[in-house]
Design a protein around this ligand. Structure first.
Ligand code: ZN
Length: 118
């Protein structure tokens, strides 16, 4: 099946060919078409959907359990987050096995499941 992004899309107001562009929001690649004349944007539906799902998940607060195991603490990560990350990885067809844990500021730890696009 051909992806919509391989097609040429005309701006329905100006009736001219739109340009293919990529925006990066919160590490997400969002492909879109932009009319060179009126600057109207048409977003790729799949990219937009993924980004919206991420935004919904991001808004939620999760309570996690912290347990001491030897010299380390173990944290349970809610399944919804892992499922989302796995789905994302499948789509990208590259699973980044490394999970980065960093102390961002006192009292705030962050986990990175994948490379963040700069
Ligand atoms: Zn236009």
């Amino acid at each position: 099946m051909k992806d919509i992004f391989e097609a040429n899309i005309l701006c329905d107001k100006c009736n001219i060919k739109t340009d293919k562009k990529i925006a990066i929001k919160d590490g997400y690649k969002i492909r879109f078409f932009e009319c060179p004349k009126c600057k109207e944007k048409i977003y790729h539906p799949l990219d937009l959907k993924e980004y919206q799902e991420f935004k919904n998940l991001k808004r939620r607060q999760f309570n996690v359990k912290l347990r001491m195991v030897g010299n380390s603490f173990s944290v349970t990560i809610p399944r919804e987050i892992i499922d989302f990350e796995e789905k994302f990885a499948q789509m990208e067809n590259e699973m980044n096995q490394m999970i980065r844990l960093s102390l961002e500021e006192p009292g705030r730890l962050s986990l990175r499941f994948r490379k963040i696009l700069e």
